[in-house]
Design a protein around this ligand. Sequence first.
Ligand code: G3P
Ligand code: MG
Length: 247
Amino acid sequence: MTLKLPRIIGHRGACGYAPENTIESIRTASDMGVKWVELDVKLTKDGIPIIFHDDTLDRTTNGHGLVAEITYEDLRQLEAGSWFSDGFTGIKIPTLDEVIEELIEMNLGLNLEIKPCPGREKETAEIALDHLSRVWDDHDKLIISSFQHVSLETAMDVARDWKRGLLLDEWPENWKDLADYLDVSTVHCNGNNVEREQVEDIIDLDLPVLCYTINDPQKARELQSWGVDSFFTDVPDVIEEALFTVH
Ligand code: G3P
Ligand code: MG
């Protein structure tokens, strides 16, 4: 299996232009020519894998409180678009199953970020990968990533051959050991605080370097000149143009 990594990965779909982590955001990304998207998965109280970023409902829905305390049935009553703009009023939080169907239909690659609610690191990975394994068969177009090492360890246990990506914001002293132990295929780091030497350290390990979340054209070009392979961005059209335009 060889990863077919694109240069641009739509962050939470194309969340500069549509409500993050929704079917509409994925379609917006695809319409812009994006080949892969990054989406966050977590569980409802009753263990249904949904695509959602925060631990609480408040920022991106008309609900309140913890995601870990709402059932899927109640979550489906919520509205997840009007916080972004009136044109998206009424849209729902999608399940992992729904987005997988959409991605396969659109022939998009996926970086699924396991984003567990606190204490659910293992079961989120187990359930999400179980759902994915029922329908996803193109492993050149799939990376499972997480900031949570337990989630990556679980991914390694239940689907050893699937590609894993180590997500870094802070850089623990032992990050190279972690990358080695978790047998990752990629390293994903915060492009807005990474240093050139750190990018070079990843390249020395012979691993692709992916940077989030890059919305500034100048930053994208700088990171590209350091050897960064791929960019998570909310604004795929802006970064695409920055990377392919010679200045
Ligand atoms: O996976 C890259 C990026 O999405 C990690 O940060 O908070 O946007 O999920 P966050
Ligand atoms: Mg994410």
